[in-house]
Design a protein around this ligand. Structure first.
Ligand SMILES: *Cc1c(COP(=O)(O)O)cnc(C)c1O
Length: 463
């Protein structure tokens, strides 16, 4: 070892000295002795390593408490930090899909704090059924006879198939062999459920006779899958649920439908593009309809199956139901969300998903103009800031071709460099509450459709 290195090593403080230093007292109070001792050992190792590798003390050597505080705060940062979703996609799967209504938030907190009547019927003082209360609500909202709730819609599809057609053939149109992001593919789910997929028709055209000709003694189900994340245009033909139900009735086969998103209200009433409704499919005679809790419904992650009582009972009795069932927090949030649908007059203001989807372009543009001056002060030297019209999307596979007119703030680097743009976006992603936009056309776009906390955003971006 060189004399230089030896003298550097001798400058390293002892854990004990640091712990007794006044600068560490607040860290000790906040994080505790055990955690701090472990951290200081690590920091001392890091410092020795720095001396060994580069013959100098680390930069933070001048202030150990500041470095310790920084490291502790980084390691305490939640993996589920709130962000500003300014991507322009309202139901963003990577950002947790639907924002919950305040009523749902309160219901979850209540269910977490105390024992609840989850599988307990106070009237008969006996064991109830965990989906019971929600099933009545769902029947009220969809016209179905009964309902079953599981962890997500992928689980709902798996359970429907496993309980109704394990070991049997399930007939699906080739135009509906959907892949949803995250490896949910209809053929794979079929296999997992123990069903044999029978594909009929072609990618663009499937006729009723295609289904009829594919039916054998071993057919268990006819299935419709909503092509939620793509759209086939041109020379096309699909068989409607109604037609398929007529065939199913004739041949004694149930028809099931995976609706994906599915809306409990008619979105055209709110000036939004139409989306299939579970109520309509139930009225058409479909035996089981499945959809997600956290897509257009605007609730927690859940898979909802509504339909005929006898089939729902089969799902409830199936061993997979126990593995896929929803927990009390999910059920509490879902119940509170569904309750909001009983009061359609206030739905668009109380349900965040619908509130954000129904914001008008004019209102969003005004918001952009309000924010622009303060942002120009802070970022104007390096970026040209404009208010631009833009098209937001609903997301999560809903209505892929229908876009919602809105407005965005755009940041164009004055130096014209992509690296300046990338640095801006990266800086914002690293904020305490990250601000997430999207880069396109040589600019950074902040689509303001999902911005409700204006003051919070300014605080982040101006800090
Ligand atoms: C989204 C979707 C699913 C998966 O639903 P999750 O709630 O994400 O599990 C399945 N099928 C269709 C058609 C979908 O759109």
């Amino acid at each position: 070892m060189t004399t230089d290195a030896r003298s550097l090593y001798s400058q390293l403080p002892s854990t004990d000295r640091l712990l007794h230093d006044a600068s560490f007292s607040h860290l000790l109070r906040q994080f505790g002795h055990t955690r701090l001792v472990n951290l200081l050992r690590q920091m001392l190792d890091d410092a020795r390593e720095a001396v060994r590798v580069s013959q100098q003390l680390p930069q933070w050597h001048s202030d150990w408490a500041a470095e310790a505080g920084r490291r502790l705060n980084v390691s305490d940062a939640s993996a589920l930090r709130p962000v500003f979703n300014l991507t322009g996609t309202v139901l963003h799967t990577n950002l947790g899909r639907a924002q919950q209504a305040e009523e749902a938030v309160a219901a979850v907190a209540r269910a977490m704090r105390s024992p609840v009547t989850l599988e307990y019927d106070p009237d008969s003082a006996g064991r109830g059924h965990r989906d019971r209360a929600l099933a009545s609500l769902l029947c009220e909202l969809t016209g179905a006879e009964d309902a079953c709730i599981v962890n997500n819609n992928a689980a709902a599809v798996l359970l429907m198939l496993a309980a109704c057609a394990s070991g049997a053939e399930v007939i699906v149109s080739r135009g509906e062999l959907v892949e949803i992001g995250g490896a949910f593919r209809i053929p794979d789910v079929m296999r997992q459920a123990g069903c044999r997929l029978v594909e009929v028709g072609t990618t663009n055209r499937t006729h009723l006779r295609d289904y009829r000709e594919a039916v054998t003694d071993n057919t268990g189900l006819l299935m419709k899958v909503h092509t939620s994340n793509y759209h086939i245009e041109g020379f096309t033909k699909a068989v409607s649920e109604q037609e398929l139900v007529a065939l199913g009735d004739e041949l004694g086969l149930p028809v099931v439908a995976d609706l994906g998103s599915g809306s409990l209200v008619d979105l055209t009433d709110y000036g939004l593009p139409a989306e299939p409704m579970p109520r309509q499919l139930i009225a058409d005679g479909v035996s089981l309809v499945s959809f997600s809790g956290d897509k257009l419904l605007g609730g927690p992650q859940a898979g909802i199956i509504v339909g005929r009582r006898a089939l729902i009972e089969r799902l409830q009795r199936h061993p997979l139901k126990r593995a896929l069932r929803a927990d009390k927090m999910t059920l509490a949030a879902l119940e509170a969300t569904l309750m909001l649908y009983r009061h359609p007059e206030t739905l668009a203001s109380r349900l965040p998903t619908l509130r954000l989807l129904t914001r008008g372009a004019m209102e969003i543009e005004q918001q952009a103009r309000r924010l622009k001056p303060a942002l120009e002060q802070r970022y104007g030297a390096a970026f040209i800031i404009d208010v631009e019209p833009c098209l937001s999307q609903i997301g999560s596979g809903s209505l892929p071709v229908d876009r919602l007119p809105g407005a965005a703030l755009t940041f164009t680097p004055r130096d014209g460099k992509g690296s300046s743009l990338a640095a801006l976006a990266q800086g914002w992603r690293r904020l305490a509450q990250p601000v997430i936009g999207r880069i396109g056309d040589g600019r950074l776009w902040l689509d303001l459709r999902c911005l409700e906390d204006e003051a919070g955003l300014l605080e982040m971006l101006l800090s």
